[in-house]
Write a protein that binds this ligand. Structure first.
Ligand code: AMP
Length: 277
């Protein structure tokens, strides 16, 4: 496994590998089983697997959130090696945002709903860094988690709008045994907060907005940012809550786009579509 810290180093390492397919898994590190599921899919489907580890400051609103975001590069590199990653891209802030940086990608409408309402500028930061990573790595396939359903929708729109030649692969949300979606931010919860956080997956599992809101309102110490049905591909019931100083998001797939009666398993099929091909 090769570790590249500059764009030039990564491009040089990728140059002799361009005959085969390249898969990119963009992450902010603090790797967990959710990230590893993306890496496994990439390993199965691509000749070369590139993992990026970059805590992208431009997608954070509050500086406290950025400052508290968990970071453990040594552990991440061990996990990446174990997952069979070929190249890890760990750029510095300066490498991704050189002095004078002023070029942004804005997916206007999709980026301003739901998460965008509560985190203005978030998806501008996401779309910009993802496009930059695509430009540096030039992957054939890029792997994202359904856990961040709106992020997937924003990236899909950007791929279509800008005719990017990359296939978007979306993998199901990985959860702990108790139902909590894995997230790097879970590490910030106290044991008591973590117990209370279970109200979010429990609420979304109703697959009904009103029932979900009722469930959350009955739970102590949670602030609900939103619970909404979103007409994404696939449609989801998505929610965001704050527990103490930690904010968690989650969603469940609504198979038929409306509140289903007696719903079956969700999100079990990886989805794929290609943009510019
Ligand atoms: P992050 O490091 O939080 O930016 O996430 C990197 C990628 O991992 C994104 O595509 C996320 O959607 C995905 N991801 C995060 N948590 C999960 C999860 N629990 N299950 C599946 N994918 C996930």
């Amino acid at each position: 496994m090769k570790i590249c810290r500059t764009i030039a180093e990564l491009r040089a390492a990728l140059a002799p590998l361009r005959d085969g397919t390249v898969g990119l898994v963009p992450t902010m590190g603090a790797l967990h089983e959710g990230h590893l599921s993306l890496l496994r899919a990439a390993r199965d489907e691509c000749d070369t697997v590139v993992l990026s580890l970059f805590v992208n400051r431009t997608q954070f609103g509050e500086s406290a959130d950025l400052a508290s975001y968990p970071r453990d590069e040594q552990r991440d590199l061990g996990a990446a090696d174990g997952a069979g990653v070929d190249l890890v891209f760990v750029p510095s802030d300066e490498e991704m945002y050189p002095p004078g940086f002023q070029t942004w990608v804005e997916v206007e409408e999709l980026g301003s709903l739901l998460e965008g309402t509560h985190r203005p500028g978030h998806f501008r930061g996401v779309a910009t860094v993802v496009l930059k990573l695509f430009s540096i790595v030039r992957p054939d396939r890029a792997y994202f988690g359904q856990k961040d359903a709106q992020q997937v929708e924003v990236v899909r729109r950007m791929i279509r709008d800008l005719a990017l030649e990359v296939e978007l692969r979306v993998l199901p949300t990985i959860r702990d045994d108790d139902g909590l979606a894995l997230s790097s931010r879970n590490a910030l919860l106290t044991p008591d907060e973590r117990r209370r956080a279970l109200a979010l997956p429990r609420a979304l599992a109703t697959r009904d907005r009103d029932a979900a809101l009722a469930e959350l309102r009955a739970s102590n110490g949670l602030v609900v940012d939103y619970v909404e049905v979103a007409d994404f591909d696939p449609p989801v019931l998505a929610g965001a809550v704050r527990i103490g100083s930690t904010r968690l998001i989650d969603n469940v797939v609504l198979e038929d786009g409306v509140t289903p009666v007696g719903s079956g398993p969700t999100g079990s099929d990886p989805r794929s579509d290609s943009g510019g091909r």
